[in-house]
Ligand binder design. Structure first.
Ligand code: GLC
Length: 549
């Protein structure tokens, strides 16, 4: 039996939110554009490059933390939640940037880091000053065991024990990350109120939402039980992975807090909550909210975490699609400031195939700055390593500096990023891999991203249409994206370097190739089968499509 594809009733364009049909672009502010030539990027620099982002076609900019900080973890250690780090600019410059972003029809998302502050935040300075300071309970203080060792076996994500002894007050404090990042005590309602006030501060200024840092860490087991050993630990892994963080993360009480944060956002118009959460799919989707609404977009890191294997990836896409509650909107992330870049994981050619995957799956894509020009992880000599994760666990190649190097704009000195020596060295290949040269080359990564974004944003099938898997094997993934009344698009991706054949038995189709990692193929008509080159990914605009069941 054969049938024409039927689709669920589509929403009208107007009923989608900006964060559903738009694309998010992550900027690591230190590395995007330096406007005052001190070697470190800044807010004015972002403003200078707004035209590029508008041209690229992204809807929202997410800025990694821009607040005052001792920079032990490059801004994820905040000493004042309601101001701007002087090297990044001023509040007035922030307001100007926000206004210009809005004038360009775009949105701005800030990083919110509620799990921990800097040890130099006045809250912690008070908290550690004495056992009976009113802020003592704002952080997590515990007595030593009788033998003087920490209260339990929990490990810090950045290496070593998660407990730090405080000589003065004779107790340990808990830090999931650095010693200089003490965890706030979210069981204390005053902490919650203070952080909701921080959110209000920025929402009142007009920001369009938050990416909530380390949300799955925020509440810990009330009994402080030891974490179990991880039977799958291997030497090359971060020491943190010696344990399964069963009691230190993803506790049920977190859902109530997330719901209250969401409630606050919903008092405003169209604001967005993204949550950084590294968890298996069924626990991840709980952060959309089962009883009450929680995050709009719990970040989906599957494309970062999984091996580049078509069978694993296609199965994971289906598992995610199937697990999503009816009202939950999917999202996809291919890179960020904590993970090796996609080019360095799977190679420059496959990274183009990955771009098609990211920008044609159902749901909001988040792009990491520089991925659109195929930036690679830069080898940082050992003596130049700055990232604490790399410094604390030497010999494991865990530094995140390589994926945080300055944006490569052009072939002038320092790639147009700064007139001064950049805080992290640039990729040696920046003379030939930069925005300027790629804009002029139809075969570049940037040209591919630009045409994918243009197509996605003008085609409702790709922007908000349904997803239907068609075929996968040990080389290929193929799927349909369709909206009512349109034949839609067929996406066929070869995740291997060898040629392969797409000869599906479940659909018959006819259409034209409109996107291809090998642009020589563009405008070719295809029918029922396609022979693909190694590393080829393509998008077919369908004239006809029949599914067989
Ligand atoms: C998040 C951030 C990471 C940071 C950590 C501690 O995982 O993405 O960069 O180091 O939280 O704040």
């Amino acid at each position: 039996m054969s049938q024409t594809a039927t689709q669920p009733a589509p929403k009208t364009k107007a009923s989608y939110h900006w964060w559903q049909d738009g694309i998010i672009y992550q900027i690591y502010p230190r590395s995007f554009q330096d406007s005052n030539d001190d070697g470190v990027g800044d807010l004015k620099g972002v403003l200078q490059r707004l035209d590029y982002l508008k041209w690229l076609g992204v809807k929202a900019i997410w800025l990694s933390p821009i607040y005052p900080s001792p920079m032990a973890d490059f801004g994820y250690d905040i000493s004042d939640y309601e101001n701007i780090w002087p090297q990044f600019g001023t509040l007035a410059e922030f307001d100007e940037l926000l206004q210009q972003i809005h004038a360009a029809g775009m949105k701005l998302i800030l990083d919110l880091v509620p799990n921990h502050s800097s040890d130099e935040h006045p809250w912690f300075i008070q908290s550690r000053s004495s056992r009976n300071n009113p802020k003592r309970d704002w952080y997590i203080w515990k007595d030593a065991k009788p033998d003087g060792t920490p209260p339990n076996n929990w490990l810090s994500v950045f290496g070593g024990s998660a407990w730090e002894w405080d000589e003065k007050t004779q107790q340990y404090y808990y830090h999931a990350f650095l010693v200089k990042q003490p965890d706030l005590n979210w069981r204390n309602p005053q902490v919650e109120e203070a952080m909701l006030n921080v959110m209000r501060f920025w929402l009142d200024r007009g920001v369009d939402g938050f990416r909530v840092d380390a949300m799955w860490h925020m509440i810990k087991d009330e009994q402080w039980r030891d974490n179990p050993r991880n039977p799958n630990y291997e030497e090359h892994m971060a020491t943190y992975e010696q344990q399964i963080p069963a009691y230190s993360t993803d506790q049920p009480e977190m859902h109530g807090i997330a719901a209250r944060m969401r409630k606050l956002l919903d008092e405003y118009d169209e604001r967005l909550m993204i949550a950084e959460i590294y968890l298996p799919v069924h626990r991840l989707i709980a952060y959309y909210g089962l009883q009450e609404k929680e995050a709009h977009l719990p970040f989906n890191f599957m494309l970062i975490s999984l091996p580049w294997d078509p069978l694993l990836i296609s199965a994971a896409i289906d598992e995610y699609e199937a697990a999503l509650p009816a009202e939950a909107w999917p999202n996809w992330v291919m890179g960020n400031h904590d993970q090796p870049r996609i080019t360095s994981r799977i190679g420059v050619q496959q990274a183009k195939v990955a771009a098609i995957l990211l920008l044609t799956l159902r749901g909001t894509p988040t792009l990491y700055y520089g991925d659109e020009i195929g930036m690679r992880d830069v080898p940082i000599p050992e003596e130049e390593v700055q990232d604490p994760q790399g410094l604390n666990m030497p010999g494991k190649n865990l530094s995140r500096d390589p994926e945080r190097t300055p944006m490569q704009w052009d072939h002038s000195d320092n790639a147009g990023f700064s007139k001064n020596k950049p805080w992290l060295r640039l990729d040696r290949t920046f003379h030939r891999r930069n925005v300027q040269v790629q804009k002029q080359n139809d075969f570049s990564s940037l040209a591919l991203y630009k045409s994918l974004i243009d197509l996605r944003q003008k085609e409702p099938s790709l922007m908000t249409g349904s997803y239907r898997p068609v075929y996968s094997d040990n080389q290929l993934i193929a799927y349909l994206r369709q909206t009512k009344g349109q034949a839609g698009f067929l996406i066929v991706l070869n995740l291997s370097h060898r040629p392969c054949y797409f000869t599906p038995t479940t659909i018959r189709f006819k259409g034209t190739i409109v996107i291809d990692t090998y642009p020589e193929q563009l405008n070719t008509t295809v029918q029922d089968k396609i022979a693909l080159s190694g590393d080829e990914g393509l998008v077919v605009k369908l004239d006809e499509c029949q599914l067989h069941s």
